[in-house]
Design a protein around this ligand. Structure first.
Ligand code: UDP
Ligand code: MG
Length: 322
């Protein structure tokens, strides 16, 4: 029934959002009502421990445009977005957070660019309200680091809030890697990209679900997913250290021959050198481990997520041959 196919799909990952979900729907509904075509709202329920699933089910009962993808447990923000992309039927798919930090009204601006012919329209934060100094500082470091390291050009200060055209949706569905950095992948696929600027708001309710540990893992996925630089650092450092050692041999020999003295004597010098290089080696071993563990996850090839409830998958006869 291609006629009932929505023109727009909005994908919103939901994790413990019981206090904000109704308000999110209220503002989203106003936007959906004003669009120039039929729309669907895909709520990806990522193993919440609160009443979010019940509230989402109520919303679906009220509004047939609401569809639920419910995971069997928490699989994480990036996987939740990917699931939304797998199920979205629209010509344009908009990814937005469910905590109202990304204002739903900005969707109109995203769509305006899409109608100009752009296939990826990302929303760039001109300003971030109500974030802690710590979050702003770590985010600033992260975006600069990834810019230096990554093999692709990831625009600074962009989150996952963006519109992607169906072509990009079909491309992204083919990317099944487990440690996913979606905003990197949506650049990696190519196509015509542009950005708009917006002011990121405070959360409407609840707290951020990103403790430091999760943030470090996220940064790790972003870097290992798009850069070999950490692996190559060991080579560079190895050349420097062995170069210094080669230079030191004649220097020490000459000094000792001339002055007949014990230069660099004592155990402390040796001990420090051994500890230092031992530490450096362990760090690089750990870096290797970061890549190795991720390779292991890919080789195991488990499904990206498991659902307990989901709409029917988009049919191949609708051009979803990916
Ligand atoms: N979220 C999710 N799974 C998680 C963590 C978060 O689906 O494991 C959702 C959350 O409900 C929200 C969005 O992802 O809609 C962004 O999360 P959050 O606001 O905690 O991140 P921040 O905005 O602080 O980066
Ligand atoms: Mg948020």
């Amino acid at each position: 029934m291609p006629s009932s196919r929505p023109r727009y799909s909005v994908v919103a990952p939901v994790f413990n959002e019981e206090d904000g979900l109704r308000e999110f729907y209220r503002r989203m509904k106003a936007v959906l009502d004003s669009l120039d075509g039929p729309a669907e709202l895909l709520l990806v329920l990522d193993g919440s421990r609160d009443r979010s699933p019940e509230i989402a089910a109520e919303l679906r009962a009220e509004d047939p445009r609401v569809k639920l993808i419910r995971f069997s447990r928490n699989f994480g923000h990036q996987v939740a977005i990917s699931a939304g992309i797998d199920y979205a039927e629209g010509e344009a798919v908009i990814i937005i957070d469910a905590d109202l930090q990304d204002p739903p009204e900005v969707i109109h601006e995203l769509i305006a660019q899409w109608q100009q012919g752009f296939e990826v329209v990302y929303a760039q934060r001109a300003q971030r309200k109500g974030e802690t100094f710590f979050k702003l500082a770590t985010a600033a470091v992260f975006y600069r680091l990834i810019k230096r390291l990554a093999s692709i050009e990831i625009p600074a200060d962009t989150g996952d809030f963006r519109l992607i055209d169906r072509k990009v949706v079909l491309a992204l569905r083919q990317v099944r890697e487990h440690h996913r950095f979606m905003r990197g992948l949506s650049v990696w696929v190519g196509f015509k990209q542009t950005g708009i600027r917006y002011v990121r708001n405070e959360r409407f309710a609840g707290a951020t679900q990103w403790p430091l540990g999760k943030m470090v893992k996220f940064a790790g996925d972003a870097i290992t997913g798009f850069s070999y630089v950490p692996l190559q650092l060991a080579t560079t450092m190895g050349f420097w250290v062995s170069g210094a050692a080669l230079l030191a041999i004649p220097v020490v020999a000459v000094l000792r021959a001339l002055y007949n003295e014990n230069f660099f004597y004592g155990q402390a010098t040796t001990l420090l050198a051994v500890l230092f290089l031992g530490g450096v080696q362990l760090i690089f071993l750990g870096l290797l481990g970061e890549y190795l563990g991720r390779i292991y996850d890919e080789v195991k090839n488990r499904p990206l997520y498991l659902t307990v409830e989901a709409p029917p998958r988009p049919q191949p006869d609708r051009g979803d041959n990916a």
